[in-house]
Ligand binder design. Structure first.
Ligand SMILES: Nc1ncnc2c1ncn2[C@@H]1O[C@H](COP(=O)(O)OP(=O)(O)OP(=O)(O)O)[C@@H](O)[C@H]1O
Length: 362
């Protein structure tokens, strides 16, 4: 695959909206929240365009939930501003912001039936009984639970509760829907199915979405744009492909699960690394750098060729096997192998590198 050039949407410090019409439905300017001496949000700038689906990724404690709470009006800012539709939200109460929120534990009302849960928002906005009933049926249809209005919440599976929570969040027609670990509690196969359905649903409805997750797979499947957070700041913002192909630094690379990262010195056509000479893409500037070799670029060759390694472990990754390799005197490596080609732990192999899977991290 050809390298994607770094664009304004791939930014190391700000989260510029990648929306087609460029109109920011949500804008954060210098948003800062401190708890004691520590900044949970540290001068965050972020735009989300209308109809855009943005996923915020980051390790635990990086400020993802604080970001959502600030936008929802559940957390005061120490500095900076939040704009919705161009209007400063300073002093605007949470229930007047037109923002829908869905938390990871669903928080359905256990004493109400499914319909009662979904009708909650419209009822609070003064909808008549008949209007509420129509809206409930519409939404249950939309989330794939037609006719479920009279079922009790306790009798629903985790996935069904998830859908009801989504219907409830969508019911008041929020201009911005925020999801905090929306699929966190569900098992992997259900998550993978729901994430596809969610994307289809949001695209169909034209909903603007800001979702928080620590699952990269989920973020990459759902989002038009991914924002990676670190210590209350935006480390990188870009399309899933941009971020995946060109992590801006070692932190983002490692967060995405890329561990083949070493210090290197680039010369003509190749770099000197602890793994020996590694070919680099044409045009790579010479000098010292940090180098990432994606596992797909670590090719196994006969033990007598290339870098000698011992296979230490294999991890099944669905479409391929991650083969963990220990060179005799260099940092560990991971190779991506087809199922039938993966060598057994203990095997002695050689390793060759492919330039197109080598990324120089600034
Ligand atoms: N009410 C609070 N009082 C004090 N510190 C807080 C409070 N809320 C959050 N923090 C701190 O702010 C930082 C960011 O927290 P936040 O919950 O936003 O992170 P997160 O990325 O959502 O984490 P997780 O993935 O674990 O939910 C953390 O260090 C957290 O301990």
């Amino acid at each position: 695959m050809p390298p994607v050039s770094k664009t304004a949407e791939t930014s190391g410090s700000t989260g510029a909206a990648a929306g087609s019409d460029g109109r920011a439905l949500l804008r954060l300017e210098g948003a800062t929240v401190r708890f004691g001496a520590r900044a949970a949000l540290d001068s965050v700038d972020l735009d989300v365009a209308e109809h855009e689906i943005v996923c915020v990724l980051g390790p635990s404690g990086s400020g993802k939930s604080t970001l959502l709470r600030v936008i929802a009006g559940l957390q005061d800012l120490d500095a900076g501003r939040v704009f919705l539709d161009g209007r400063d939200q300073q002093g605007v109460a949470a229930h007047r912001r037109g923002v829908g929120l869905m938390f990871q534990d669903h928080q359905l009302f256990p004493q109400r039936d499914v319909g009662g849960n979904v009708a909650f928002g419209p009822r609070m906005h003064g909808a008549s009984r008949a209007e509420q009933d129509v809206r409930v049926e519409e939404l249950l249809e939309l989330v794939g639970l037609p006719g479920a209005a009279r079922r009790t919440v306790a009798a629903l599976s985790g996935g069904e509760q998830q859908r009801v929570a989504l219907a409830r969040a969508l019911a008041p027609r929020p201009r911005l829907l925020m999801l905090d670990e929306p699929l966190g509690q569900l098992d992997r196969s259900l998550r993978e199915r729901l994430v596809v359905e969610l994307r289809e649903l949001f695209t169909e409805l034209g909903t603007t979405v800001l979702a928080v997750t620590h699952d990269q797979g989920e973020a990459f499947a759902l989002a038009d744009r991914v924002v990676v957070m670190r210590d209350g700041r935006i480390a990188q913002s870009g399309t899933p492909l941009e971020v995946w192909q060109h992590p801006v630094d070692e932190f983002v690379a490692r967060f995405l699960g890329f561990d083949n990262v070493v210090e290197a010195t680039v010369g003509t056509g190749s770099a000197d690394t602890p793994w020996g000479k590694v070919p680099v893409p044409e045009g790579t500037p010479q000098g010292d750098c940090t180098l990432l070799v994606r596992p797909a670029g670590v090719r196994l060759v006969p033990a007598s060729e290339g870098l000698a390694c011992t296979v230490t472990a294999r991890t099944f990754r669905g479409t391929h096997v991650a083969v963990h390799l220990q060179p005799h005197d260099a940092p560990r490596l991971e190779a991506a192998c087809a199922l039938r080609d993966a060598p057994e732990p203990g095997a002695e192999v050689g390793v060759a590198f492919e330039a197109q899977e080598v990324v120089v991290l600034p």
